[in-house]
Design a protein around this ligand. Structure first.
Ligand SMILES: [Cu+2]
Length: 150
């Protein structure tokens, strides 16, 4: 039999090297510690788009309970929370979830995450799924130039 397979490098030469989907990177994840028995809390993190095209954050998940993307907004002097369907992150840019703004709502907790626990949080994006370990803390970590608005 004659081998008619074309070596890969020939295809690359003809069609160009296929662009590899660049997975986004997660950083600065943490979860707010709640008193035992609480059925909900919030997780915060930063999503970095390392690629050269915009990506979408489509869903969030965690092993501790139901997770959904929320945004806290000030409306008429009152703080309200809204579900966010999807979120886009510009190329080379990042989106920060922090108290008073975007956050991952964790509901229906099987057990309340305690201070010092490590909870996995996953983010589904148009470029693929990424996960990170989020430590449970009582307050936002001190980040320079990151003012904590409530
Ligand atoms: Cu919320």
């Amino acid at each position: 039999m004659i081998d008619v397979r074309v070596p890969l490098f020939v295809l690359f030469f003809i069609f160009g090297i296929p662009a590899l989907a660049e997975l986004p990177q997660l950083s600065d994840a943490w979860i707010r510690a709640m008193p035992p028995g609480q059925k909900m809390t919030a997780a915060y993190l930063r999503v970095h788009n390392l690629g050269d095209s915009p990506l979408s954050i489509l869903d969030v998940s965690s092993t501790v309970g139901m997770a959904s993307l929320h945004e806290t907004r000030l409306e008429g002097g009152r703080s309200t929370m809204q579900a966010v369907d999807s979120l886009s992150v510009e190329a080379g840019s990042s989106v920060t979830m922090a108290p008073g703004g975007l956050h991952i709502m964790l509901m229906g907790l099987k057990s309340t995450p305690a201070e010092g626990d490590i909870v996995p949080i996953c983010v589904r994006t148009s470029e693929g799924d990424v996960c990170t370990d989020a430590p449970v803390r009582r307050a936002a970590p001190d980040v320079p130039n990151n003012h904590d608005h409530h």
